[in-house]
Design a protein around this ligand. Sequence first.
Ligand SMILES: [Zn+2]
Length: 196
Amino acid sequence: MPCLGATHLVATHLVATHLVATHLVATHLVATHLVATHLVATHLVVTHEEAMRLALAQAVAAGDRGEIPVGAVVLDPLGEVLSAAGNDRESAADPTAHAEVLALRRAAAQRGEWRLTGCTLVVTLEPCTMCAGAAVLARVERIVYGATDEKGGAVGSLWDVVRDRRLNHRPEVVMGVMVEECGAALKRFFAPRRIR
Ligand SMILES: [Zn+2]
């Protein structure tokens, strides 16, 4: 049955094309991850957008592990990458293992002190109440985030935990950095789950 054979070949070709595309995406992500690891190791100064790209790579890697894709990076006062982390709640079976908390902990460990004075927390999604609270407690100077979280965001959306005037320490907030890419990572993760 030549027709079926042809159809099969076309289908195989499509699968092959898809696999090549998937492989390219995977290779790109591995490369981005390597860049992130390299940057943490070499302490290069990065811009907010470059830091957000690193956070996004962490987010996508977390998504590949079955975690909600959220990634975070902490920059030191000079703009050097101190730490990077992805959401690890499922793998660690830890309700507090959000990307921001993990990145803040790693940054503090890196510096050998809990105060992250002058540091910047860069995260793909607007922090929740816990993470916004952790950023205030860590005394970070600035929070940079990508996508807003209308349902649970605590840096301007549902609450504003970090700019409450009753607080002594109020980090500066920069929102909407690479907002489309950050939102797309979440949408890509949730889309197939909605269809099921
Ligand atoms: Zn959180």
